[in-house]
Design a binder for this molecule. Sequence first.
Ligand code: CA2
Length: 152
Amino acid sequence: MASAPKILILNGPNLNLLGLREPHIYGHTTLSDIEASCRQHAEALGLVVDFQQSNSESTLIGWIHEARTSQDGIIINPAAYTHTSVAIMDALKGVALPTVEIHLSNTHQREDFRKVSYVSQVAFGVICGFGAQGYIMALDAMAKKLINEQEA
Ligand code: CA2
């Protein structure tokens, strides 16, 4: 890959409320804080990021489709759609880009319905329970896949 790999970072419904509500579950970091640290870390890794959030399943699917020809990988926190959306799973499968699924909380320690993820079936890795640090870990995993593994 000659130019810097491009990574789409997608955030699902209600993640725009991060840091503003329910800090006992999701912490005090806002989504803007996460975006800033992703941009800084991506630059250090030699990646370019497009960071987006939507409360609409349709909008998220549209961005996934657009990524097929414009991005090299997808990092996604599908939020509640993780547990419900066959449509997002199908879209990710359809574009066939390397995908990492992330969650701020440890979904396996929470309600039973959060233990099911449609997206995990089409992700090469899943990170959960590390808070905002999970986004940085996902960028590291993506850099290893897209840069280091090409050179090996
Ligand atoms: O732990 C995660 O990252 C989740 O994807 C967050 C989702 C939840 O439905 C998933 O099961 C796990 C919820 C995102 C909502 O974020 C809020 C943040 C502050 C206040 C209210 C909601």
